[in-house]
Design a protein around this ligand. Structure first.
Ligand code: GUN
Length: 274
């Protein structure tokens, strides 16, 4: 499915290329988090696939807030850069919110800027955050309608949990967002028709927490006790109980990147009045 989305972006991009416009994505990576390095490499690869220019700014963990903000300012001004993303998390001592706020809302292809977050809240937006939007695209492709369903999101991050809840609400889901202070978590999750796990804990969601026939979306990217990549869901046991489940790796992650390509194409079109 992610390949289909990227192919569609590549096809639409040909029209821009024919007009002499090459969409440009700036990717900022600060420090040396190995997982972030993998994500950034995958984003660059996707740009190559669809025919965008990507420019990487790999900065040392010792980068100061001022240096980072001045790079963002420079990229805001550049005509050949249509999208700017700063891979999160940032090393300790750097202020993520200030960096997100410094990115021009028109180039904010992650849709993390408060102006874009506000627009999503009222349903009048140009960009949707990549992970929740990629998940909605998967649901649509499988004809899974959130309308009137019990939708439970575990996790309340600004990147996934909160916007995920909002997008499910836009589709008329009855949304519950659970988090570390939630009481009787299993009681709530076991009523979910659509369950989204975005907690960051290996195999946290076990079969007893899942309703028969539920749709289970796993946003987690963790290492299990043997160092093997795994999600927030105990896939082997939960898959016997649910109707649909996304694997890790190879599920939500590739859809996130495909959505980033869609957003970058849209940014390039908007900035060129197309
Ligand atoms: N870190 C985890 N997910 C994301 C994402 O979608 N965008 C950025 N910039 N950083 C992330």
């Amino acid at each position: 499915m992610s390949a289909q989305v990227k192919e569609q972006v590549a096809k639409e991009n040909k029209e821009l290329l024919a007009k002499g416009i090459t969409p440009g994505l700036a990717v900022i990576l600060v420090g040396n988090d190995p997982a972030s390095r993998v994500y950034v490499n995958n984003k660059k690869k996707a740009c190559e696939f669809v025919g965008f220019k990507s420019e990487e700014f790999a900065l040392p963990a010792t980068t100061t807030q001022e240096e980072l903000l001045s790079l963002v300012e420079e990229l805001n001004e550049r005509r050949d850069i249509n999208g700017i993303l700063c891979q999160l998390p940032l090393p300790k001592g750097l202020d993520e919110n200030a960096v997100i706020e410094a990115i021009s809302p028109l180039k904010d292809v992650d849709a993390f800027h408060k102006q874009n977050v506000g627009r999503i809240m009222i349903g009048d937006y140009d960009f949707l955050p990549c992970t929740p939007a990629g998940i909605m695209e998967m649901l649509r492709a499988y004809d899974i309608d959130a309308d009137g369903k019990n939708c439970v999101v575990i996790g309340r991050s600004n990147i996934v949990g909160k916007p995920m809840g909002m997008l499910l609400l836009h589709e008329n889901g009855t949304v519950t967002i659970c988090h570390s202070h939630t009481k009787n978590l299993s009681e709530i999750t076991s009523k979910a028709d659509i369950l989204v796990a975005a907690i960051g804990k290996a195999k946290f969601v076990t079969a007893d927490m899942v309703k028969d026939g539920a749709v289970v979306i796993d946003v987690g990217m963790n290492r299990d006790e043997n160092g093997k990549l795994c999600g927030d869901v105990d896939f082997e046991n939960v898959k016997e109980k649910c109707s649909y489940i996304t694997p890790v790796p190879g599920g939500v992650g590739p859809m996130t990147i495909a959505t980033l390509m869609k957003n970058t194409l849209k940014a390039a079109k908007l900035q060129n009045n197309l």
